[in-house]
Ligand binder design. Structure first.
Ligand SMILES: Nc1ncnc2c1ncn2[C@@H]1O[C@H](COP(=O)(O)OP(=O)(O)OP(=O)(O)O)[C@@H](O)[C@H]1O
Length: 592
């Protein structure tokens, strides 16, 4: 059953409190509107009373008696006159209303001088794009007035555009990407290149709205996100883009941030993910973040690291991590096992369905195949005359969804062409991190982002698109390698806290302690903490892997012989009927 988060008011009250505050503010505004005349009269009475007090204080003491006598006489005459008290009350109220009127001078209409100058210069710059010689009543003409062209505008404290609505003539070809791009480019230049903008084209009304976007938060550390099983937070985006927020903690601070949530599993329409980026843009960090979340939801992980830099060493030997492979031989073995496991699950699920039983438990635990830089292996494999590990992803990619198998591939942008067709076809969830021009983004994501590229890109910053959905700006939570001394200590500690305990090693197996591991983040630089966790490629050869579509020969799953005592599960011989009652343990890929 999906785990529901506690009502927020019980934990920190953030969203609920904000909603209550909003309601209270609306009620107060409505009440203020209704009670406005009363408020004005009361304010006026107060002003009259203080004027009377002032007058009394200014009157010399010897003349106060005469003044008092005069006031008393007036009051007496008024009281004795027919309708006197009524007329006096009306006069007093009128005087109070007059005195109590709002005297703040109205805000000046229109922009100040510098704003007007900006609008006029932008108008002139747009004339060549939005005018035609044959137009008898041009909206844009040199020396014309910008008032009709810009129905709404706002400036920030520095006098730069914060929001702008632009009208354009109906004949402008707003359906053409190139024509739009020219206008967006010009507006970006005129509004300042250092910021990010969103452009919304209303083709029906011939309106273009420019909105300045605030930078996405870069200080969000890895943590237990409040998500349901099957949901993975890829990162965080703009509040206008998604209708959901996640409660986050940052030390003492709590806040709600809109996430980009990717759904996996049998009902997902984009069950596999491809993350691309320039070197250093943060794709490995994204994979680490996905891995930690998968482990949080009880998934099993097979990690294959083509980069070979040991960035996943912190996961080696952890409960739920079946393998962290960084050599070609290990990668082939791990991926072949994953392909066979996918087939086994499919057969088991199918058989259960035919027999009218629910799918067996050992097919329900999510299996994640995380592959970082497969292009490096493709090159090695072809040089060595061996199989490209990517070919083993065919079955998990094509059929993994029904078998709770999810594939995540990270690759560098310039190696996009080295990805197999299966990877490109079946990874419908896409992320691009780091600098990339609009054309490249459109070809990788499927649609161009509706925002301008950012001038200075921090690691983990990019765009995400899930299936045919909108393109979101994305900032991946900081999930550094905890053994990377260059990363911030708080962020590394946050990752260490999320790591599951180490799996109890099977007989004779020794998972070495990582020097300076969880406790000591200040290990000397000359110690390489990554080394012990990673498994170098063994020299021995692996059995020639079976093709994804063909059933594997009967016998043990290659290389993977260690038993995991806590979670015995059956691994049937692929393509053959499962032998009743004969159980084999799930292989642990850590040690041959
Ligand atoms: N979301 C993020 N927040 C903060 N720092 C990040 C983030 N993503 C990456 N970094 C930092 O940027 C650096 C590069 O990150 P990472 O290794 O993940 O990039 P990469 O794309 O995998 O590069 P390469 O392929 O060259 O290894 C690291 O120091 C990492 O800590």
């Amino acid at each position: 059953m999906a785990r529901r988060p506690l009502p927020r008011i019980l934990s920190n009250g953030g969203a609920q409190l904000a909603r209550s505050r909003e309601l209270a503010r609306t009620a107060a505004d409505s009440a203020a509107d209704v009670l406005q005349p009363l408020i004005t009269i009361a304010r006026g009475l107060g002003r009259l009373a203080s004027a009377a007090r002032r007058r009394w204080a200014e009157t010399p003491k010897d003349r106060r008696g005469a003044l008092l006598f005069l006031v008393a006489s007036v009051l007496l005459i008024v009281a004795l006159m027919p309708y006197g008290p009524l007329l006096a009350a009306i006069a007093l109220m009128a005087a109070a209303a007059w005195q109590g009127r709002d005297r703040t001078p109205p805000a000046p209409e229109g922009p100040d001088d510098s704003g007007a100058q900006r609008l006029a210069s932008l108008y002139e710059a747009l004339v060549p794009y939005f005018s035609l010689a044959e137009d008898p009543e041009p909206l844009y003409a040199h020396g014309g007035s910008w008032e009709k062209a810009f129905p709404a505008y706002e400036f920030d404290a520095d006098g730069r555009f914060a929001h702008l609505v632009i009208r354009y003539p109906a004949y402008f070809t707003d359906g053409e990407a190139a024509a739009r791009a020219r206008i967006e480019h010009l507006l970006t230049a005129k509004a300042g290149r250092s910021r990010e903008y969103r452009f919304d084209w209303d083709e029906e009304a011939n309106h273009l709205t420019l909105t300045v976007l605030a930078p996405l938060p870069t200080d969000i550390a890895a943590q237990r996100f409040v998500t349901a099983p099957g949901e993975t937070v890829l990162g965080f985006t703009d509040p206008t883009e998604v209708h959901r927020t996640l409660p986050l903690t940052q030390g003492e601070e709590r806040r709600d941030v809109p996430p980009v949530v990717w759904r996996t599993g049998p009902r997902s329409t984009e069950p596999h993910l491809l993350a691309l980026g320039q070197p250093g843009s943060g794709t490995s960090t994204l994979l680490r973040s996905v891995a930690l979340q998968a482990l949080q939801h009880g998934g099993d992980l097979v990690i294959v690291d083509g980069g070979g830099t040991g960035e996943y060493a912190c996961l080696t030997g952890r409960d739920g991590v079946l393998a962290v492979e960084c050599g070609l031989t290990g990668a082939l073995a791990g991926l072949e096992w994953a392909a066979q496991e996918t087939e086994r699950r499919l057969i088991a699920v199918n058989r259960a369905r035919q027999e009218g039983r629910p799918p067996p438990d050992d097919t329900r635990r999510p299996l994640w195949i995380l592959l970082d830089r497969p292009g490096a292996f493709a090159h090695l494999a072809s040089a060595d005359g061996r199989r490209d590990p990517q070919s083993l992803l065919q079955v998990p990619l094509r059929h993994g969804r029904a078998a709770q198998v999810t594939v995540v591939v990270a690759e560098q942008l310039d190696a996009y062409d080295t990805l197999s067709d299966a990877v490109r076809q079946h990874t419908r969830a896409r992320v691009v991190l780091g600098p990339a021009d609009a054309g490249l983004l459109a070809s990788v994501l499927g649609a161009p982002p509706p925002t301008t590229p950012v001038a200075r890109i921090v690691p983990g910053r990019g765009y995400a698109q899930l299936g045919a959905g909108p393109v979101h700006r994305l900032q991946v939570p900081a999930t550094p390698d905890p053994y990377d001394d260059a990363a911030g200590r708080a962020h590394r500690e946050a990752v260490l806290e999320l790591l599951p305990p180490r799996t109890t090693p099977a007989d004779g197996e020794h998972v070495p302690e990582v020097p300076g591991g969880e406790q000591d983040l200040t290990a000397p630089a000359d110690q390489d903490p990554r080394e012990p966790g990673t498994r170098p490629a063994p020299d021995d050869t692996v059995p020639e892997p079976a093709t994804g579509a063909e059933p594997a020969p009967a016998g043990p799953v290659p290389v993977l012989t260690e038993a995991e005592p806590e979670r015995p599960r059956t691994v049937p011989t692929l393509g053959k009927p499962e032998e009743p009652k004969k159980k084999r343990s799930v292989p642990t890929l850590i040690k041959p």
